[in-house]
Ligand binder design. Structure first.
Ligand code: DGL
Length: 257
């Protein structure tokens, strides 16, 4: 059983990548919709929330936890591993940073929540594997609420994207890491604004790839797979977005942490 969690519906982009790669695998996903967003909270709070989220998926049978949230991956991974030493955790930051190093010659752009950008984790990890690369980061705090509201192609979202992304476009970054699992929902809009030549890296795909390479047995096809989606606050809107995104009807369970 694979466990995944995020502050809200954004981590479903990782579930989508998982379902594409291993449609019959067992998984339990928790979206902490009652407390989203995490991206403007302190490290202590993100650590506490992440530990509660991980506890939920582990209680529901997770043998591996994919931290489907850049903010929690950036701020809480060491505390998570310390709290649950028997469970392996895979965060989204390292696989996305390594992918960027593999496909970029000069300059990488990174967009994420304020907490992720302030942690400078992408800068550190990219420079570890590609010390020659120039890294340019930009916090996009309004993207998460826009995604949670389902405003994926709204005029307002386009204006805000223009405001956030213009410096990165002007700097001619060659690749752009979507350093927040909510952002792949805005990928078409972001790609259009940045131009076709910019390679947009979706942390969802790369984290699933890494997890499958390291723990192939957990991705094995089951005859009747157990696939649970739970939110700490359920609503018709979040079910609608989840269903649209996953291409199948979703009625999320209500999770009590
Ligand atoms: N999806 C999240 C991330 O990857 C969290 C965004 C938030 O809650 O602010 O960072």
């Amino acid at each position: 059983m694979i466990g995944l969690f995020d502050s809200g519906i954004g981590g479903l982009t990782v579930v989508r990548a998982l379902l594409k790669a291993a449609p019959q695998a067992d998984f339990v996903y928790l979206g902490d919709t009652a407390r989203t967003p995490y991206g403007n909270k302190t490290q202590e709070t993100v650590e506490r929330y992440a530990i509660e989220d991980a506890q939920y998926v582990i209680k529901h049978g997770a043998q591996l936890v994919i931290v489907a949230c850049n903010t929690a991956s950036a701020l809480a991974l060491p505390k998570l591993q310390e709290a649950f030493p028997q469970i392996p955790f895979i965060g989204v930051v390292k696989p996305a940073a390594k992918e960027a190093v593999a496909i970029t010659k000069r300059s990488v752009g990174v967009i994420g929540t304020r907490a992720t950008v302030n942690s400078e984790i992408y800068d550190k990890v990219i420079h570890k594997y590609g010390p020659h690369l120039k890294v340019m980061q930009q916090a996009c705090p309004l993207f998460v609420p826009l995604v949670e509201e389902g405003m994926l192609n709204d005029q307002l979202t386009k204006l805000i994207a223009r405001r956030y992304l213009t410096p990165l476009r002007q700097a001619n970054v060659e690749s752009l890491i979507l350093g927040c699992t909510h952002y792949p929902l805005l990928k078409p809009l972001i790609q259009r604004f940045m131009g076709k030549k910019v390679k947009v890296i979706d942390s969802a795909n790369v984290v699933v790839k890494q997890a499958m390479e390291e723990y192939p047995q957990l991705f094995a096809a089951k005859d009747s797979p157990k696939q649970t989606i739970a939110f700490t606050d359920t609503s018709p809107l979040s079910d609608r977005i989840a269903s649209k995104w996953l291409g199948r009807p979703v009625t999320a369970e209500r999770a009590e942490l």
